[in-house]
Each structure stands twice: as C-alpha cells, then as structure tokens.
Design a protein around this ligand. Structure first.
Ligand SMILES: *[C@@H]1O[C@H](CO)[C@@H](O)[C@H](O)[C@H]1NC(C)=O
Ligand SMILES: *[C@@H]1O[C@H](CO)[C@@H](O)[C@H](O)[C@H]1NC(C)=O
Ligand SMILES: *[C@@H]1O[C@H](CO)[C@@H](O)[C@H](O)[C@H]1NC(C)=O
Ligand SMILES: *[C@@H]1O[C@H](CO)[C@@H](O)[C@H](O)[C@H]1NC(C)=O
Ligand SMILES: *[C@@H]1O[C@H](CO)[C@@H](O)[C@H](O)[C@H]1NC(C)=O
Ligand SMILES: *[C@@H]1O[C@H](CO)[C@@H](O)[C@H](O)[C@H]1NC(C)=O
Length: 666
C-alpha cells in the first residue's frame, strides 16, 4: 500500500521536521483569518466572526443578535449569532444582491418573520425595498413605497400593526431655491426626506410625510459641502441632505416619532395631519433639556407614554466624523415632562473605557426584560447592558475598521430552514481502518440539538448508524474510526424528531501523492503550486480526461465509478508495477525533502516524471468542451483500439484519450 511509505519515512525525521516547518510557515502566512470564518461544510460562506470580548451569560437576555455588516465586508448581508458568539445564519446573497440593513424579527400574518431593507448603498442613503422572510428564510413579500418617488431608503423598514402596514423612508431629491445658501445662478438641489406608511399587501400609501413641508432647511446643522454625506446642493446627484431622517416609530395613538440626524432633533409627528407636535432638542426645541444634549443621533423609539409624560430612547453619536459634541457615543433614555416642558436623561449606556465615537449609524434597542442592546454603527461592535447600565456583553464582529453595521438588535427566533443540512466528509485514506470525519452545519437552523451520523459503502446504502452527537456551534465535527465511502447526516430536535437530512455525500479521500501532506481529520489548503522551493511554479495542465470525480448514473444510482486518482485495492492487485512505481515516487519525495536545498530542481523533475506515468495509466473519459488549450491533440490515440499496448504504457510521450465506456480495467 502506498500509505506504507509513512512508516518507512519515520527514520527520516529531519524531512518530517522540514515538512512541519513548511506547513507552519504556510499557516502563518494565511491572510485575514480572523475577519472571516471558514466552515468545511459551507465553504461558499465567508461569514464574519463575532468575537465576544466580555460576557456575563447569566445576565444576558434570551435570544440571538441580528446584525447586517456591510461596506468592505466580503460577505455583506443579514447575520444571526447566538449568545456564545456562534454563527446561526449567514444570509449573504440569500435574499438578493446589495446590502441589508436593520434586520429584525417582525410579525407578519400572525407569525414571526425576518424584516429588513435590501438594496444598493449610496453615500448616506440607499435605494431598494423592504423584504419579509418567513422562518424558513424564504422571501414571502417585498414592500416598496409609492407615490411616484424613489425606491425605499435603508434607514427604516418596519412593519407595524401585525405586518398589515410598514414604515419606510424615502430619500427624494427636489429642485429648491437655495439663494440663501449662495446658489444664485440656477436651481439648487435638496434631499427631501420622506417617510411613508404603506399597506404591505396592496402597496397603497396610507400616510406620507415630507420634511420640506414641515421643517425649514435653515434649522439644519449640516450645511452644503459640510460633511461627507451633506451634498453640495449643486447637482441632482449631490442634493443637500439638510434633514437626514434615520428612524421612524409609531405609537398606539397613530402618531409618529422620527429622528433627523442633520437637524439634531427628534420630532413627534401627528398621524392625522403630519404637523409637528413637538421637537426634542435641535435648533428650536419644545422642551428645556435639564441634564443632557445629543447630536447626529439615531434610532428614536417610544418606550412609554401617558397623558403627561413621554419616555423615549435614542443613540447619541455626539460626532459627525468632523466635530465631536460628546466625549463618546452612548445610548440614552429620556423622560419628557409635558406639564413642565422639560426633558431629562434618566438612563445612560456608555461604551467600555468610554472611548468609542460613532461618527455614523448606531442604535439602541430596549428588550422585554429591560436589558438594552446597542450597535455601534461605523465601529464594528455590539453590546448588551442591564437596565441600569451595567455592560454584560461586548463583542466585535471584525478586525477591520472599514466594516460597518447600521443596527444590532436581539430577538428570540425559531426557524427550520427549507434548505437541507450541509455535509462534508473526509478520510485520509480509503483503507477500512482509516477514520472518517464529518463536518455538518445547517445555515439558519435553530432547533437542532443533535446530529445522527451514517456511513455506507454504496451511494444507495445500506447506511449504518454510527453515532448521535450534540450540535456544537455553527459546524459540528464528528469522527468515526472506520472508513465509509458514502455519508449522510440527520438533524434531530430536542424531542428526538428528525428535522432534516443532508444529501448523501461521497467522502473526500486525498490521492496517494496528496495524502502525505494531509492529516487524519482534514487536509489544509495548498498555498502554492508545486512544492516549496519550486520558484515560479504554476498550475500544470493534465491530459484531458483524467477522471477526478466520482461518477453516478442518475438513472441507476447504485452504479457509480470511483475517481481514478483514488485507486481501489483491486486495482493495485492487478498493477503491481504501478504500486512499486508509486512507492518509488513516495520515497523519492522524502529524499527530495531531506536534500531539499541541494537537489530541489533535480528531485522535482524526477518526481514529475513518475507523476506523468501515473497520469498516463489512469487517463479516461471524454475531453471536455472549453478545454481547447490543451497542448496535445485528443484525436490520435483515441482512434486506437482499447487493447492497443500504447494506451496502457507510459512509453509514448503523447497523451492518450478514449471514451469512458471503454475504460474497464477491473
Ligand atoms: C405618567 O408617567 C410618569 C412617569 O412614569 C408619572 O410620573 C406620572 O405620574 C404619570 N402620569 C399619569 C397621569 O399617569
Ligand atoms: C466643526 O466645528 C467648527 C467650529 O465650530 C465649524 O466651523 C465647522 O463648520 C464644523 N464642521 C462640521 C463638519 O461640523
Ligand atoms: C439627570 O437628572 C436626573 C434627576 O436629577 C438624574 O436622576 C439622572 O441621573 C441625570 N442623568 C444624567 C445622565 O446626568
Ligand atoms: C454495492 O453495490 C454493488 C453493485 O450494486 C453490489 O455488488 C455490492 O454488494 C454493494 N455493496 C454493499 C455493501 O451493499
Ligand atoms: C463508529 O461506527 C460504529 C458503527 O459502525 C460504531 O459502533 C462506533 O461506536 C463508531 N465509533 C465512533 C468512535 O464513533
Ligand atoms: C449533550 O447535551 C446534553 C443536553 O444538553 C448534555 O446533558 C450532555 O452532557 C451533552 N453531551 C456531551 C457529550 O457533551
């Protein structure tokens, strides 16, 4: 057996040490491993890691954290993490292209759904629509504003009234006479900040409000050309964003609460006629602020109201990226006394070390148990606090400073995805005693308690039950002591019911030449072509038709072919010379490693010669379309009969091609 070169290699300890050093070097040269995670069962996801920097689990509220990282994120989109920082759902691309913002659990048609904005990010605003996903992560509704205006902006998409209507923002540029702002030789452009309440089923606009109808642009603290998002006012593509609406809330009376970043004010708006009932803070406040101020704030929410008082929450940025009004950003709860016409801050939620300034975005969500969850906007942090302000969780979701997150929120969530569990299985060699490792995950599933693992010799089974193990984190790893060519996994809930089954997966087994670089439970990525020291090595092009994947007849699934680079023992039995050739190649490789610096070039050439013989012996299958750049004509030897000796020896330098149906060495 080829794997027997390993025991024989033991005396060559220096070679193994060298190999180890090489592997270690390639490991530490791996790039930004901390910014994104990697899961063997879902290599298509490059999810962000949530690194919990401090946590007091007993003081955390139940539920999951919902975030939507974007900007320079490799995989922007909606994410769900649990209290331990484990990924639960990476929705990158799941609900369409572009970015997502403000994902939260909402009620729609009597059940919990996921609601968020999805669309294209512009500077300071966005164009897109609201989406509603059911608890199987299927889009069941998209919602767009009406009235002959722009599509939805990202700052708010919030279904209310059990999902019958939705609140959404629209950023609509308007022609405006800007002579007071020294635009005197033509029309100026202002961003009118609109919000609508839209009927989710019919798209009918139930309520519409325009900032330009109610708030004078002269009350803005952000002037044309003032900041990165303010606009010049000179062009339709650069409207002056004097208002910058960034949240909408609605109370039981049908009135609205909106936050304007650029007037540094929060407005209560009448649901009857759109008039401004009162203004908190800003240039023309309705109340005397007793012991607080804020600026560039976000996420204003009604918490409590009675005839004489209003309690609301907000996120005070205190910073617009150019000037600071506060030493750090913080969450605030404010009590308004409508008899005395005063406003007083009653709660304060600060960052650890009191040192974080969020120049944009950020939010504060009060949970049913009175804990508070905050997102720190353009800073990649989320936090949870008890009601009285104690920090009970602090986490960062990326090392990169250029990844941002508009809001972070927390909800209880139950989901059973329509997709099936994902499985990757691996064994270092196809010997019966070679362990098989399983890597299983189920993106978005919240009900899985355990995984049941199965193995089989044939695709169609019978499948042997191997073990049932607890789900751990996003991806659970399990290793059985025996080799199984085919594997599958069942997801089991706390009652022992099967929630879903993976597809049947063909176990990845490295070819004999690759095997010596692989470990028992997995095989790491190669980080260069050829071997270490092969300066300038590039990808080589094998003869077309080397069978590298298992092939299954879809109509007769019990018939499948093993890849030719994973020889069966029966094949070895017929090809003793070949086996010896492989042994020589393996031995040569070890020698090459020992005398690495002295004989690298010579050794690699020697190895490649052997490799070429191996390839020649195992070519099969038809040449593939689109592979026209192959060096050799596929015609010549394909015309030879299958029994022609030249097809079965490495003597001819020309490669050989013949149809799969003719290959039956067994
Ligand atoms: C309204 O709430 C405030 C704050 O909780 C309380 O002090 C006040 O007595 C309440 N007023 C009425 C009329 O219930
Ligand atoms: C920053 O503060 C200075 C001094 O008050 C002011 O002149 C300037 O306009 C401010 N810039 C921004 C972008 O807020
Ligand atoms: C504001 O004043 C009230 C009443 O004195 C006090 O309870 C509260 O802690 C103060 N808040 C801040 C942030 O100073
Ligand atoms: C696998 O399938 C082949 C071909 O159908 C059959 O001969 C063999 O007995 C099967 N092996 C097992 C373990 O079922
Ligand atoms: C491997 O699978 C066998 C069943 O074929 C089972 O009896 C055994 O416990 C499993 N071993 C491990 C280590 O899980
Ligand atoms: C699996 O989970 C159960 C229930 O949470 C627990 O009692 C058990 O100890 C866990 N088993 C292992 C091996 O961790």
């Amino acid at each position: 057996m080829v794997s027997s070169i390993f025991p024989s290699a033991r005396p060559f300890a220096p070679a193994l040490v060298l190999l180890g050093v090489l592997l270690w070097l390639s490991a530490i040269s791996g790039t930004n491993a901390e910014d994104t995670a990697f899961y063997k069962s879902r290599p298509d996801l490059y999810p962000l890691n949530l690194k919990i920097e401090s946590s007091y689990p007993k003081k955390l509220s139940p539920g999951y954290y919902f975030i939507t990282p974007y900007w320079e994120a490799k995989s922007p989109g909606p994410y769900i993490f649990d209290n331990d920082g484990n990924l639960v759902w990476c929705g990158w691309g799941n609900s369409g292209g572009g970015v997502a913002h403000g994902m939260h659990v909402c009620k729609y048609q009597g059940a919990d759904h996921l609601c968020f904005f999805q669309g294209n990010q512009q500077k300071g605003y966005a164009r897109g629509h609201g989406v509603i996903l059911d608890n199987q992560y299927r889009i069941v509704r998209s919602v767009q504003p009406g009235g002959g205006m722009a599509s939805s902006d990202m700052h708010e998409f919030r279904p209310v009234d059990d999902g019958k209507t939705a609140l959404m923002t629209v950023y609509q540029q308007r022609q405006f006479d800007m002579t007071p702002w020294n635009i005197k030789t033509g029309v100026g452009w202002v961003m009118d900040c609109v919000f609508q309440e839209v009927d989710v089923e019919t798209s009918e606009v139930v309520f519409e409000w325009h900032s330009l109808d109610h708030v004078d642009p002269s009350l803005s603290y952000t002037f044309p050309t003032h900041t990165d998002t303010s606009g010049t006012g000179l062009k339709v593509t650069e409207p002056w964003d004097y208002f910058h609406i960034n949240s909408i809330d609605k109370n039981a009376d049908g009135d609205y609460l909106i936050s304007s970043r650029h007037t540094c004010a929060i407005y209560k708006v009448s649901g009857k006629d759109g008039s401004v009932i009162w203004r908190l803070h800003g240039a023309k406040p309705s109340f005397k602020n007793l012991n607080f101020s804020f600026s560039q704030q976000h996420d204003a929410r009604f918490l409590y109201e009675n005839a004489t008082h209003t309690v609301l929450s907000l996120y005070n940025n205190g910073d617009n990226g150019f000037n600071q009004t506060h030493p750090f950003s913080s969450g605030m709860i404010v009590l308004i006394d409508h008899i005395e016409n005063t406003a007083m801050q009653i709660r304060d939620y600060g960052p650890p070390g009191k040192a974080i300034h969020s120049s944009s975005q950020g939010n504060l969500q009060r949970l049913p148990n009175q804990n508070v969850v905050m997102g720190w906007g353009n800073n990649p942090f989320i936090s949870e606090h008890t009601e009285d302000g104690e920090l009970v969780m602090w986490a960062r979701f990326t090392l990169s400073k250029t990844i941002m997150n508009y809001r972070a929120q927390k909800f209880e969530w139950d989901s059973n995805p329509s997709d099936s569990p994902a499985l990757w299985s691996y064994a270092r060699s196809p010997e019966l005693s070679s362990p098989t490792s399983f890597y299983v995950s189920w993106n978005g599933a919240t009900r899985v308690k355990t995984w049941r693992f199965y193995g089989a010799v044939n695709l169609t089974g019978p499948y042997t039950f191997l073990d049932e193990v607890n789900k751990t984190g996003f991806e659970t790893e399990y290793t059985n002591t025996s080799f199984y060519t085919w594997t599958k996994v069942e997801a089991v809930d706390r009652n022992g019911d099967v929630l879903g089954t993976s597809h049947r997966k063909y176990t990845f087994v490295p070819s004999p030449e690759l095997r010596e670089f692989c470990r028992d439970k997995t095989c790491r990525d190669a980080s260069f072509y050829g071997f270490s020291g092969d300066d300038g090595a590039s990808s080589s092009i094998p003869p077309a038709g080397v069978n590298t994947v298992p092939w299954v007849d879809p109509y007769n699934p019990e018939i499948w072919s093993q890849p030719s680079n994973m020889p069966k023992q029966t094949i070895y039995a017929h090809q003793g010379n070949w086996t010896i050739g492989r042994l020589l190649a393996g031995g040569t490789l070890i020698l090459v490693l020992i005398a690495f610096t002295a004989s690298a070039v010579y050794g690699v050439r020697y190895y490649r010669k052997h490799q070429q013989q191996f390839v020649n012996l195992h070519e099969s299958a038809e040449p593939l379309n689109g592979m026209a750049e192959r060096k050799f004509s596929p015609i010549r030897t394909a015309n030879m009969p299958w029994w022609h000796w030249r097809r079965w020896t490495g003597e001819d330098d020309e490669p050989h091609y013949f149809p799969l149906s003719e290959l039956s060495p067994q």
